[in-house]
Design a protein around this ligand. Structure first.
Ligand code: NAG
Ligand code: NAG
Ligand code: NAG
Ligand code: NAG
Ligand code: NAG
Ligand code: ZN
Length: 624
């Protein structure tokens, strides 16, 4: 924390806080000029997947599909009784929400309000609505944002690389800001900077619920520092927005969780169920040091399949391009797989004055051209994340294109309609390609050291996000099948992922294909969403929180399902439970800009909803 940063620290127990904020009209007006209508702008971007907004994982909710369309403007004759039903719901302001019996293809959870803990929940809702409480909470988030816990791809082990030291400062900050939490809950540090908070419940038989968040943030690119309306580590609150790296991803969740625990502790709440918080510290750099160490610790402590449900960051609550004023909350029940493939080409060196026809760089280039010209197959799979989110949009988005809606309806049992829908989705939403395919991106190339020396060893790394219908093995086979013919043409021998394969005679050189960083990952297991599954409590809590939110101008809430395109820390947690949900209770309109870029900011009032959500989630899980 530099001296320049606003110190918004609050002494323990002090309710009201003086913030150097709302009075700063300059800050406000500059925010207004640069982004006059973030709300409508963001709305436009939503389901087009044009913006990743504040979360890192590009887990977009594209929601379309089978439909009893519910909007009065829809003229489809087949909407029938259910449509009437929906129309009524849509006309009501966030009261009854959309009915749950609505759709087989996008079944809606029941709204779950705390019942045994109803009074406590209401009391805390009142607390969270209190302006002094809010300011204190903003302060806590601001202070967390001010500590630049950046993680980098090339960090060495904890204890060796001094760049980790900032996390020690972050821990001190959390302990100082939430003394009640850190004194009451059992705190375990894993691999120095991983944090596990254990809140023991009285019922030993109830499996614990784990909530995850990450302490690290993506670095601020120095060249972009001037593009920030307020400095990236200022934690500046301008009366509406709280600015800074981590304000959305993911200190928002981390601090909101702590606020919720603190408020519950303060009211003397003693859980029946055990609750655990697990905070990794290098999620933005593959999670090896953080979640990679937390996972075995948690498995040792709670056992294999010893956890009821894990909630980690993910998609939020969104408007949609076609959604009108219906809010789509998009938890994700699965995420894509991952593989970085390294291609290494080795050839004889020599002087550039007598070159071969193709240098190693040229050979590698031929392979890259071949790879890019053979993209992976796009598939829309019934019951998969992309299909589900399409069906949800088609069912509940009032302004969804009728052609897609009809296709989605037919695709439920017609294979040809399913294929047509797949193509239509990619036409309508170009970025849907990334959802339906294993994506490939040649991101790193290395080779050549001197202009008069032939390169002897050159490499490229191709990043892949593996589609739900594919696998690491299938991807490797595809990759080798594209590279081998090229290698054969140039007499290069090939070792593909540890196996010598039949290709060229080796006179031209050698090619090695490998998992570049040993981080290959299958597409995740899919979280069950049956009526008795823990998912229902989570989804029902989302509905309850939105339904009881003040100032939301929405006519309905749909809990849609989403395929997460990137990976969260949960990639390490598969052994703990099948019930993993990735979701951040933060609306698009409450995020100023996209994730991992300039001007990360959260609308402070909108973020209070995260605290309300965590509180209700804890109380609901405790009753369940
Ligand atoms: C899609 O929805 C169906 C129920 O309609 C569910 O069984 C399935 O698990 C869901 N898949 C994903 C990936 O969310
Ligand atoms: C590959 O090797 C064969 C046999 O040695 C040779 O005839 C041919 O010219 C080589 N091709 C290339 C492209 O180097
Ligand atoms: C694979 O080929 C390399 C040389 O190209 C050779 O050194 C190695 O022994 C071979 N491995 C197997 C298992 O055949
Ligand atoms: C709420 O939405 C309606 C219809 O979408 C709009 O006319 C109205 O201005 C909105 N109100 C606010 C406060 O945003
Ligand atoms: C999950 O369990 C398997 C089998 O015991 C083990 O090999 C693997 O390392 C575990 N995964 C993680 C991420 O801990
Ligand atoms: Zn994140």
């Amino acid at each position: 924390m530099s001296a320049k940063q606003h110190s918004l620290d609050v002494p323990k127990g002090q309710a009201a806080v003086i913030l150097p904020l709302s009075t700063n009209s300059k800050a406000q007006s500059s925010a207004n000029t640069k982004n006059p209508a973030p709300r409508s702008k963001l709305f436009q971007r939503l389901f087009l997947l044009l913006s990743a907004l504040c979360y890192a994982y590009f887990g977009y909710g594209l929601v379309y599909g089978r439909t009893h369309i519910t909007h009065p403007s829809a003229s489809d004759a087949s909407t029938g009784v259910l449509a009437t039903h929906g129309q009524q719901a849509l006309k009501l302001k966030l009261g009854p929400l959309l009915p749950s019996e609505h759709s087989d293809v996008c079944p809606q959870p029941k709204t779950v309000h705390p019942s045994k803990h109803r009074e406590l929940a209401e009391e805390l809702d009142r607390l969270y609505a209190d302006e002094a409480y809010k300011l204190k909470a903003y302060n806590a988030l601001s202070g967390a944002v001010q500590i630049p816990t950046e993680s980098y791809d090339d960090l060495g082990p904890v204890g060796e690389d001094p760049r980790w030291d900032t996390f020690a400062e972050f821990h001190e900050y959390l302990e100082r800001t939430f003394p009640r939490v850190f004194e009451t809950l059992k705190v375990t540090k894993v691999n120095t900077y991983g944090i596990v908070l254990h809140w023991q419940g009285s019922d030993e038989a109830a499996l614990p619920v784990v909530m995850a968040a990450h302490q690290d943030v993506v670095p601020v690119e120095p060249a972009t520092a001037d593009d920030w309306i307020h400095p990236p580590y200022s934690g500046f609150f301008d009366g509406e927005w709280l600015w800074g790296r981590g304000s959305c991803d993911d200190k928002s969740d981390l601090v909101a969780g702590l606020q919720a625990i603190d408020a519950l502790l303060e009211r003397g709440f003693q859980p029946k169920r055990t609750f655990v918080w697990a905070y990794g510290f290098d999620e933005e750099a593959s999670g090896v040091q953080g979640a990679g160490h937390l996972a075995p610790y948690l498995e040792e402590t709670y056992g294999r399949d010893g956890v009821a449900l894990i909630l980690d960051e993910g998609g939020g609550a969104w408007g949609t391009q076609y959604g009108g004023d219906v809010i789509f909350a998009v938890p994700s029940l699965s995420e894509k797989g991952y593989l970085d493939v390294k291609i290494e080409v080795t050839t004889k060196g020599g002087h550039s004055s007598v070159p071969p026809k193709h240098t190693a760089v040229g050979l590698l280039s031929s392979m890259i051209v071949a790879i890019e010209s053979e993209p992976h197959e796009a598939a829309l799979v019934r019951g998969g994340g992309a299909y589900n989110s399409s069906q949800c949009a088609a069912t509940y988005a009032p302004e969804y294109p009728e052609r897609l809606r009809q296709l989605a309806r037919d695709a439920v049992d017609s294979d040809s309609a399913l294929e047509e829908l797949r193509d239509a989705l990619m036409d309508e939403f170009p970025r849907f390609e990334a959802v339906l395919r294993t994506t490939q991106a040649v991101d790193l190339v290395q080779g050549g050291v001197k202009v008069n020396a032939l390169p002897e060893k050159v490499t490229a790394v191709v990043n892949h996000r593996i589609a739900e219908h594919s696998s690491v093995t299938e991807l490797k086979e595809h990759f080798a099948s594209v590279v081998v013919p090229v290698a054969a043409r140039f007499n290069l021998s090939v070792n593909a992922f540890g196996k010598n394969v039949s290709a060229g005679n080796g006179k031209g050189g050698h090619v090695v294909l490998s998992d570049a960083f040993g981080t290959g990952l299958e597409p995740s297991p899919v979280t069950p969403m049956g009526t008795d599954d823990p998912y229902q409590i989570l989804a029902g809590t989302i509905k309850a929180t939105i339904a009881s939110a003040k100032g939301y101008n929405a006519s309905g809430v749909v809990v849609a399902l989403l395929l997460q395109l990137g990976n969260t820390d949960t990639r390490y947690y598969w052994n703990l439970t099948r019930n993993i949900v990735r979701y951040k209770h933060l609306r698009d309109v409450d995020r100023y800009n996209g994730a991992h870029t300039v001007n990360e900011a959260v609308r402070a009032r909108g973020w209070i909803e995260s605290i309300r959500f965590f509180t209700k989630f804890i109380l609901n899980c405790d009753e369940y």
